[in-house]
Design a protein around this ligand. Sequence first.
Ligand SMILES: [Zn+2]
Length: 125
Amino acid sequence: MATTPLPQLIQRILKEKCPFCGTGEAFEKKSFFEVPENHSHCPHCGHDLQGEPGFYYGAMYVSYGLSVGLGIITFLICFLIFGIESSTWQIGIVILVVLLFAKKNYLWSRLIWLAMFPPKKKKKD
Ligand SMILES: [Zn+2]
């Protein structure tokens, strides 16, 4: 686990910056409809962002947790705040919100995984 304080680490992850320095972009900028790719190393601090092959398989667990959490929060907002009692509408709204956040979920889950299990090696100069 990085020694960065948790609120600062969360801020870096939400901004999609390198979780180690908070300055470098963690992903290559692409158009809205393309799936972003990790930089192999942070452009600012040079920390390894790729890890060994298959490193990001574990991010699927984080992604699942984020999706379930978002679904529960959406359901509670629908039910308690807006008073929507039709289960068809509740399920439809939950699916819609989870799909709208799919790309952010993908990026954030990778950064959370990276912050939880930082690769050991540094960039070779
Ligand atoms: Zn960095």
